[in-house]
Design a protein around this ligand. Structure first.
Ligand code: HGY
Ligand code: MN
Ligand code: MN
Length: 429
């Protein structure tokens, strides 16, 4: 497509197909939906996740695009005829299809479908590009079932080399088969790694998942930085026993110890403000029966801050508190760092381009940090990143009520298109 057709009087003549985007968002929201709560459950590499992946790939093929699956299970969609993999830098756009348990229909899915929509629009326009636009659905971003959060983007960044030999989900089921069913190969993860310099830029469009844009009335969020995140998995080991015949003194009650851990984590952020937030979101007692003292409790601690040193300091204080809890409860607490992702800043040139795109569409925008983690913070190892937010109704996410206005979903995709056009034509970086 020639320049004249592309931009007339500074106005981009190219546009996404809003109805097609919103239809796909609605279609995908039916996969893994709970008929009672309306929540979406598509844990990474689960059956529902595989169904969502199949839907995306079918939509890509129907659009004349070429989806493929790498060894980590990431879906990479290219436009045929745009060159072979590796012969040009790429403009990568994407997010994730997997969800938390009973989560929302937009977290991740919206960004993947918007990336598909933009790629389809660019491919059909026959745009002359310097770097090849590609759309990606990163596998298992949430880590809701199998380890670990940011699984797919960590594979792309070459960070999965140090895997526990046979990763399993938190029920002990091996990842190997589930990954294979999704088209991946645990023994070939290295082949999913992209070389430094192969990605010119990464753009991720996402719902804000917080209240900032809705409160201010801005239509577009220009992300300045993504929070750092440490996820620790703990196993508290005590001694199971009869709840009626075991005297209180001498017990080593793993549930009582775990309760202290939950409050210690909350204390780090809420009272001592050593990091921005700290959350115990998963707690699995065993044997989890009313009349048996818990022998073991597995739980997770999620620490976040935009300052990597504060996060490290908070973790050290927590580890000291765990030693005290062990002594006072007669339990043992094993700690494994499941994920450590550093806070990252968005590329200033991409931020400026996103603002320019929003201005071109007459959309009020503001700069804000992301309290949620995103694949972008891992891809940042390899390439400059830009993130675009649209408002979340009520500022909520990871719950069935997660929602955004359709006009905002369309607006965000239009900002992604405009930004992608300029980055793909080599006029930004
Ligand atoms: O947990 C997060 O921040 C993201 O939703 N994975
Ligand atoms: Mn999420
Ligand atoms: Mn997400």
């Amino acid at each position: 497509m020639s320049d004249q057709l592309l931009e007339r009087g500074g106005q981009l003549t190219l546009d996404i197909d809003p109805d097609r985007l919103l239809r796909r968002v609605a279609d995908l929201a039916r996969i893994g939906a709970d008929p009672v709560t309306g929540g979406i459950t598509r844990e990474g590499f689960s059956t529902a996740d595989r169904e969502a992946r199949a839907y995306l790939m079918a939509q890509a093929r129907a659009a004349g695009l070429a989806p493929s699956v790498d060894a980590a299970g990431n879906i990479v969609v290219r436009a045929p005829g745009c060159g072979e993999a590796g012969d040009r830098q790429v403009l990568m756009m994407g997010s994730h299809l997997d969800t938390v348990v009973n989560g929302g229909r937009l977290d991740g899915a919206y960004g993947v479908l918007a990336a598909l929509e933009v790629l389809q629009t660019l491919a059909h326009a026959g745009l002359d590009t310097v770097c090849e636009p590609v759309a990606v659905a990163f596998a298992n971003e949430e880590g809701a079932l199998f380890p670990q959060p940011f699984w797919g983007s960590m594979a792309v960044a070459g960070r999965l080399a140090s895997l526990p030999r046979e990763p399993t989900d938190h029920h002990g089921r091996p990842l190997r088969e589930a990954l294979q069913l999704a088209g991946g190969d645990l023994d070939a993860l290295g082949s999913a790694c992209w070389q430094a310099g192969s990605i010119a830029a990464y753009l991720e469009l996402h719902v804000e998942q917080g209240p900032v844009l809705e409160r201010s009335g801005s239509r577009i969020g220009v992300v300045e930085a993504i929070t750092g995140r440490t996820v620790l998995t703990l196993e508290v080991r005590g001694t199971a026993g009869h709840s009626g015949t075991s005297p209180m003194e001498g017990r080593s009650d793993a549930m009582a110890a775990a309760a202290r851990v939950v409050l210690a984590a909350e204390n780090l952020a809420a009272d001592r403000q050593l990091c921005r937030v700290a959350t115990v979101g998963r707690l699995d007692p065993h044997p989890n029966t009313p009349n048996t003292i818990a022998g073991t409790v597995r739980l997770t601690v999620d620490l976040r801050d935009t300052d990597v040193w504060r996060m490290a300091g908070a973790e050290q204080v927590l580890r000291r508190m765990l030693r005290q809890i062990e002594r006072s409860t007669g339990t043992e607490i094993e700690v494994v760092a499941e994920t450590r992702s550093d806070p990252v800043s968005a590329d200033l040139r991409l931020r400026a381009e996103i603002e320019r795109s929003a201005d071109g569409l007459g959309l009020a925008h503001e700069v804000l940090p992301s309290g949620a983690g995103h694949d972008a913070q891992v891809v940042a190892d390899l390439a400059p990143i830009g993130m675009i937010f649209v408002p979340s109704l009520g500022g909520i996410s990871h719950v069935p009520e997660e929602d955004s206005r359709p006009e905002d979903l369309v607006a965000g995709a239009r900002v992604l298109l405009r930004t992608a056009v300029r980055v793909a034509r080599g006029t930004v970086l």
